[in-house]
Design a binder for this molecule. Structure first.
Ligand SMILES: NC(=O)c1ccc[n+]([C@@H]2O[C@H](COP(=O)([O-])OP(=O)(O)OC[C@H]3O[C@@H](n4cnc5c(N)ncnc54)[C@H](OP(=O)(O)O)[C@@H]3O)[C@@H](O)[C@H]2O)c1
Length: 251
């Protein structure tokens, strides 16, 4: 594929993220606590997470390796960060969830698969065909700063997901007010961590598909964090007033 066409497709994909963001600010994605009747057939929650998130690794690796070009160490390092996140999200995270009997609409799983197919393809194809990192990229401020942000975001995301998962006893499905770590100041550190992570990834990759992925992540998760925060305040009368949705003291 020509570079120009690839960039046009990626820009169109970014435009769609902006539309999705506007939509999600008005309507909550109907899974987890926001699940509602009327979204068609459903599938078990755990299976949904596996299907949604495993696809991205398959497509990413196919796009990266399809044409059998030599892959530089730098590209392997960047790809390794991406794959590590998705190994956790598709295999470990769903197995740890305390989500007995919960289901999600099939349409949500399918739309997340579509989202992941596109991002996995754009990233893998770009790494395979359009990037050529200079040898001094290892010491470039964008790579070093991006790495720092990526690992900080990953740590925040994993830690907060761990606290949330352990709020429930095995077999129960209710909700409680989370405590500890960044929950002191915000309702959704897991979602903030994920947004920081992919911002760091975009910086260290420094190509359009990685920025598209960052924008999509923010478009999905910022409205979800706002919706979760609103839900906490409406559900728990004693919800800590100091907490914001996902940016301390701001949003
Ligand atoms: N990159 C992206 O675009 C993207 C998109 C979506 C999600 N993600 C990531 O996927 C992960 C999960 O997302 P999510 O939206 O499902 O997160 P979430 O709503 O915070 O839920 C995470 C898990 O903890 C449980 N949980 C949350 N709050 C709880 C509470 N107060 N009491 C008891 N249990 C609670 C949830 O149960 P229930 O499911 O029963 O509510 C779920 O099993 C996050 O790390 C997020 O960053 C990424």
């Amino acid at each position: 594929m020509e570079t120009t066409l690839f960039h046009q497709i990626t820009w169109a994909w970014i435009a769609l993220a902006a539309v999705t963001f506007a939509y999600l600010l008005r309507r909550n994605a109907p899974y987890g606590r926001h699940v509602q009747a009327g979204w068609g057939p459903t599938i078990p929650n755990r299976l949904g997470w596996f299907l949604m998130e495993f696809t991205v690794m398959v497509v990413f690796l196919m796009a990266l390796l399809w044409e059998k070009r030599p892959i530089s160490t730098m590209v392997w390092v960047l790809s390794g960060c991406f794959l590590l996140h998705y190994l956790n999200r598709s295999l470990i995270f769903p197995l740890r969830l305390r989500t007995a009997g919960k289901r999600m609409p099939l349409i949500i799983a399918l739309s997340a698969i579509g989202f992941n197919l596109m991002n996995g393809f754009l990233l893998g194809y770009c790494f395979a065909n359009f990037v050529d990192y200079r040898s001094d990229w290892w010491t470039d401020a964008r790579f070093i700063g991006g790495q720092a942000l990526f690992w900080i975001g990953l740590a925040i995301n994993w830690h907060a997901d761990h606290i949330l998962i352990r709020l429930r006893k095995p077999g129960s499905t209710g909700y409680a007010i989370p405590q500890g770590g960044l929950f002191k100041w915000i309702s959704c550190p897991n979602l903030l961590g994920e947004m920081i992570e992919w911002t760091g990834f975009a910086l260290m990759c420094w190509h359009l598909p990685a920025f598209a992925f960052m924008i999509w992540t923010i478009a999905n998760l910022a409205p979800r964090a706002i919706a979760h925060h609103r839900w906490y305040k409406a559900t728990f009368p004693d919800y800590p007033a100091v907490r914001s949705a996902f940016i301390p003291f701001l949003v």
